[in-house]
Structure formats: structure tokens, C-alpha cells
Design a protein around this ligand. Structure first.
Ligand code: NAD
Length: 294
């Protein structure tokens, strides 16, 4: 896109209103970022409590902004009113871009994307925030795969600048240009990447996390590894990072990576990550993972 410059930018469809499917860690963050940078957004979930949590998190972030003098109470109220929580597809006919951010499971994502495609106008661009799953695979569930690509944010959405825009086999230049322009409008730095398990960042990150679980299997204390990686200069160690990501999401993403790169992601049996998942210790999202949170 950079090389083609202005010509590519011209292909972008205007985005007056967006929607996000899933109001979890990522969906809530995407809704906050979109609304606070001026694009109103519908936030749909299948659970009322998820919608309430997503809104509460957005309100918390906006309050912090006001306290730090980086927004006025009026701006905060305007941004909050830009997030419209919903349990139904009622208003989806007006949306220009729909970002899917539900559980990291290809079958669930395909079903949700196909359902959403049936609810939007013909030119609406669909995007998936999947961490690892092939965009071309997800596109197989769609009637208009050319209107679909990846839009991969990082966690926490309001702080991480990068967004990977993933070009599937059938993604059109218009879909890519629209999502790139939306990412920029959301004050993010988009990079366009080709489709493969984990794309760019997780293709690097997951072998590192695999190295960590291997060390734990060999008896090394996870807290020592975290401290060491912090001393190395990283903002957090791997155990804490996995708690932030969500143990369930990490397990699903790891499985996609292991299937895609069996030579690099081979594990000799269940790991500490699997043990936490079995024990339903899902990380910060439910208060217990490698660490306990109050
Ligand atoms: P999460 O578990 O926090 O939230 C998922 C939400 O989706 C839940 O609120 C759930 O109720 C909702 N949901 C499930 N089925 C739905 C449906 N049919 N329609 C609408 N909502 C539905 O998960 P998350 O961490 O936000 O991850 C969501 C996606 O983002 C995954 O694909 C994940 O891989 C990706 N991602 C996660 C991270 C991270 O660090 N957690 C980072 C980047 C990308």
C-alpha cells in the first residue's frame, strides 16, 4: 500500500459507522478506540454481562483520560455515547465495517461471520481480529470473500500501536484500503501482511512462548523467567503476558500455530498452559492464571 501511495488510499470506502462482534478483552478495547477517535461503533455480544463489562472498561479508560487532562468530560460523554451495545443485529444495516472479535475457534468464527454477512448491506467490509487463523480459511464461509480481510489489533488495544491488516487469497484492494484507512483513523499503525498461521507478530511470539512452556516443563520457576525477561528489557515476562492475553485464547491460538508449524511448535505433551486451561484459570479475565489477581 505504501508503494502505491495515494492510488491505494483512494480505494478506501468511507466509514461512518463500524461494528464489533464480541465485547470481550479485544472487542471492548476496539469499541473504545473506535468511539474515542470519532467512529461510532455498535458492540454486539451474545451475553448481556459481556456488554456491561465492555462498557465499564471503556468508561474507566475515558475517566483516566479526563483525570490526566487529555480529554474533557464532554469529550468523554461523546465518546461513550458512540459505543452502542446490542444483543441483536437490528442496526447492522448501516454499518460500513464489521470487526469480528469472538472466540479463537475457526468454526465459531466462520458461523459468526456468515451470520453477520447476512445482516449487512452489500458493500460492508467484514474483518476478523483473529490472532492466528487463516483469513482464506475463514473466507470460505462467506458469499463475498472479496469484502473480507484480517484486522488484528494487539492487547491492550488503546496502548498497542500496531494493527496487522491481513490479505486473504480473495481480499480485494478496496477491503484492504478501507481497513488500513480505518486503522489510521483509530490512531494505529497498520501494516499489510500476507496470510499464514499467526501472520507476522504471532509467528514470532508463539515459538517464544513455546520456549517458555518448555522451560517450565523442565522445572524452571515461571516467576524467575518473568523477572529475567523484564531485566532483559521486555515490558513483561511470558507468564504475565499469557495471563493478560487469556489462557483460553492462548491455548486456542497455540493449537492453530502447532497445526500450521509442527516443526517449530512441537511440544512433548500437555504444558503448564494446558494445566491452567483444564483448571479454568483463564488469567486476568477471571482473576487467576499463572498469578492470582484481586
Ligand atoms: P474474550 O473471551 O475476552 O471475548 C470473546 C467475546 O466474544 C465474549 O464476550 C463472548 O461472549 C463473545 N462471543 C462469543 N460468541 C459470540 C457471538 N456469536 N456473537 C457475539 N459475541 C460472541 O476473547 P478476546 O481475548 O477478546 O479474543 C477475541 C478474539 O481476539 C480472538 O480471536 C483472539 O484470538 C483475538 N485476539 C486476542 C488478543 C488477546 O490478547 N486476548 C489479542 C489479539 C487478538
Amino acid at each position: 500500500l505504501k508503494r502505491k501511495g495515494k492510488a491505494a488510499e483512494k480505494l478506501a470506502h468511507p466509514v461512518k459507522e463500524a461494528a464489533v462482534l464480541g465485547a470481550g478483552i479485544m472487542g471492548g478495547g476496539i469499541a473504545y478506540q473506535s468511539a474515542s477517535k470519532g467512529t461510532p461503533i455498535l458492540m454486539k455480544d451474545i451475553r448481556e454481562e459481556a456488554l456491561q463489562l465492555g462498557l465499564k472498561e471503556a468508561a474507566k479508560l475515558l475517566t483516566q483520560k479526563v483525570e490526566r487532562g487529555r480529554a474533557t468530560p464532554e469529550e468523554m460523554a461523546k465518546a461513550l455515547s458512540g459505543i452502542r451495545p446490542t444483543l441483536s443485529y437490528g442496526d447492522f444495516g448501516h454499518t460500513d465495517v464489521v470487526i469480528e472479535a469472538v472466540v479463537e475457534n475457526p468454526k465459531v468464527k466462520q458461523a459468526v461471520l456468515a451470520e453477520a454477512e447476512g445482516q449487512v448491506k452489500e458493500g460492508t467490509i467484514l474483518a476478523s481480529n483473529t490472532s492466528t487463523i487463516s483469513i482464506s480459511l475463514l473466507a470460505q464461509a462467506l458469499k463475498r470473500p472479496e469484502h473480507f480481510c484480517g484486522m488484528h489489533f494487539f492487547n491492550p488495544v488503546h496502548r498497542m500501536p500496531l494493527v496487522e491488516v491481513i490479505r486473504g487469497e480473495k481480499s480485494s484492494p478496496e477491503a484492504i484500503a478501507t481497513v488500513v484507512a480505518l486503522a489510521r483513523k483509530m490512531d494505529k499503525t497498520p501494516i499489510v501482511v500476507n496470510d499464514c498461521p499467526g501472520f507476522l507478530v504471532n509467528r514470532i511470539l508463539f515459538p517464544y512462548l513455546g520456549g517458555f512452556t518448555q522451560l517450565v516443563r523442565n522445572g524452571v520457576d515461571f516467576q524467575r523467567v518473568d523477572k529475567l525477561m523484564e531485566r532483559f528489557g521486555w515490558p513483561m515476562g511470558p507468564a504475565y503476558l499469557l495471563d493478560v492475553v487469556g489462557i483460553d485464547t492462548a491455548v486456542h491460538a497455540r493449537d492453530v500455530m502447532a497445526a500450521g508449524f509442527p516443526d517449530r511448535m512441537q511440544e512433548s505433551g500437555p504444558s503448564a498452559l494446558d494445566a491452567l486451561y483444564q483448571a479454568k484459570r483463564l488469567g486476568q479475565k477471571n482473576g487467576q492464571g499463572f498469578y492470582a489477581y484481586s
